[in-house]
Design a protein around this ligand. Structure first.
Ligand SMILES: Nc1ncnc2c1ncn2[C@@H]1O[C@H](COP(=O)(O)OP(=O)(O)OP(=O)(O)O)[C@@H](O)[C@H]1O
Length: 528
């Protein structure tokens, strides 16, 4: 039985055909993965299925019946639900309030609603407690609330947009367990992801989209991540070279006993000390919400430390404003590209200037030099393979991964001495990820110091020279990236281990755990 059938879907935007004659058939009771390069057209297709955008051509059928959606409300009424990458829950409300918000008509706002939530939570093993405040919940729990919210509205097909990007390995396993429960009850899941190992472990079928059109479906049992990546890209992938250590003994950034508090005096960061040398990447591992955001804010000057110092080479910069820090060679790839990285409604070339107004090539003396900035934007678009019809389109019109490539390109272009990289490859496809890693490694060879924050533990282990674990605002553990495994690191991130983490040899990996590559430098038959 087919749950959802999209046939001949075409969607055009000015200068771009985002979807061209796409076919997608999702069977009931299955997880169907959608993979493809950045800008391939995955989100556009899902927005069409969820009623957020109208196709120019093509048909949608749900349970064998042709439908036409003018809004998400129409899609929800036909059992289509979407869990977005950016969660949309109100922090200061309870789980119950969040779930019923906007759907009060279904089961009211009282006992009946609570019963329904409990019932759904139990049936699908979601562990959702109706009376908890959302702000008390971690990322994985919030995601389960989002899933429950969609189920509460009667969804039978769930669209999950890169749901594992923010999860640690153990949480990914738990999510996949939930997806299996959903399948067992006859529900269908459409799963978008760039993590091909995970896709192969959880999907029943995979549809590959390349440059706006479907190039085929793959069956996980007969496909390797590398083959999948090659289907996405349409050519063979290069095997990345192995990098040698480039760590020097020249300190670039030194943080000493940094402390940051809330207005009420609660520590958000406590006793944070580290040094990053020229040519060194320091990776910070942690479950989201343990102080990473505050650490980045303190380093770039968006928040000021309550005590402790930050020194850039030999100058104390603790009190400096963000602009001065940037001018003096601190690059910044922000965690939230929409809030801090881009002006979504401005053209790409103005985004090229953002945060670097007084620097070359954007400025000549005290004046802006738009021509030079535009020329340099073209160069970045080329060098970082930003898929766009031109540099005059708005940043909002780029796909998520291409927005990220633009930000990375901009920050790297200023040849920073110290780069703060928060999730530098979040949302980018495997090919672009490898390219960004190469750019970062190349700069490291030339003496760049990097603070790397990433939820992708393979990336963290593969790129870092030194690893620290942040937990409850403190650096509680350190590990050697040459030996530690993602599982060991993931476990320390939950506060289960402190001090120096030793790698323990295990005889064999159980066959049913997702394959996780040790390092981006050793992909053998895996592409990520
Ligand atoms: N509102 C829009 N206006 C103009 N162009 C758009 C708009 N939305 C998407 N596009 C373009 O359509 C193409 C497909 O984008 P889409 O977001 O669907 O890709 P994606 O496969 O989801 O990529 P990613 O993996 O980076 O999220 C891209 O070239 C993008 O620039």
């Amino acid at each position: 039985m087919t749950a959802v059938e999209l046939a001949g879907i075409t969607k055009r935007f000015p200068g771009v055909v985002a979807n061209h004659d796409i076919h997608l058939s999702v069977r009931k009771g299955t997880v169907h993965a959608l993979v493809g390069e950045n800008g391939a057209g995955k989100s556009t297709l899902m927005k069409i299925l969820y009623g957020m955008q109208k196709p120019d051509e093509g048909t949608i059928a749900v349970d064998g019946e042709q439908v036409s959606f003018s809004s998400p409300a129409d899609a929800i009424a036909r059992g289509i639900g979407m869990v977005h990458q950016h969660f949309m829950l109100a922090d200061n409300l309870t789980v119950l309030e969040n779930v019923v918000l906007g759907s009060e008509k279904l089961y009211g706002i009282g006992a009946k609603a609570r019963r329904k939530i409990k019932e759904l939570s139990e049936r699908y093993g979601l562990g959702v407690e109706p009376d908890r405040l959302v702000e008390e919940l971690g990322v994985a729990a919030r995601q389960r609330v989002e899933i429950l919210k969609v189920l509460y509205r009667g969804a039978t097909t769930l669209i999950l947009d890169e749901p594992t990007a923010v999860l640690v390995p153990q949480e990914v396993d738990a999510l996949f367990e939930n997806l299996r429960e959903l399948k067992a009850e006859g529900l269908s899941v459409i799963f978008i992801s760039h993590k091909l190992g995970e896709v192969l472990s959880v999907a029943d079928e995979i549809t590959v989209i390349r440059r706006g059109t479907t190039v085929g479906t793959a069956v996980p049992s007969e496909t390797t991540p590398r083959q999948l990546a090659e289907m996405m890209v349409g050519s063979e992938l290069p095997t990345p070279e192995t990098a040698e250590s480039t760590v020097t003994d020249r300190p670039v950034i030194t943080v000493d006993k940094l402390r940051l508090e809330t207005v009420g005096g609660k520590a958000l960061l406590d006793d944070i000390s580290f040094t990053i040398h020229a040519g060194e990447i320091l990776g910070i591992a942690g479950v989201e919400g343990n102080g990473q955001t505050e650490l980045v804010d303190a380093l770039i000057g968006l928040k000021h430390a309550d005590s402790g110092t930050i020194t850039l080479i030999d100058e104390e910069i603790t009190g400096w404003a963000t602009r001065k820090r940037r001018e003096q060679g601190i690059g910044y790839i922000p965690e939230d590209r929409h809030r801090h990285g881009l002006l979504l409604e401005a053209p790409l070339w103005e985004n090229r200037i953002l945060g670097h107004v007084t620097e070359k090539p954007n400025a000549k003396g005290v004046w802006l030099d738009p021509k030079a900035a535009q020329a340099d934007t073209r160069r970045i678009v080329e060098a970082y393979d930003v898929r766009t019809p031109g540099i005059d389109v708005t940043a909002a019109s780029l796909s998520g991964g291409n927005q990220q490539k633009l930000i990375v390109g901009r920050e790297m272009s200023h040849k920073p001495r110290f780069l703060i990289a928060a999730h530098p490859t979040r949302g980018v496809d495997v090919g672009a990820q490898a390219a960004i890693w190469d750019h970062i490694r190349e700069a490291r060879r030339e003496g760049l110091a990097v603070l790397l924050i990433s939820a992708d533990l393979d990336e963290l282990i593969g790129l870092s020279d030194t690893l620290r674990v942040i937990y409850n605002g403190k650096l509680v553990a350190d590990a050697d990236p040459a030996t530690i495994t993602p599982e060991e690191l993931g476990s320390a991130m939950t506060g289960a281990a402190t001090g120096h983490l030793e790698h323990e040899e295990t005889p064999e990996t159980p066959a049913d755990t997702p394959e996780i590559r040790k390092s981006p430098e050793a992909p053998e038959d895996e592409a990520r």
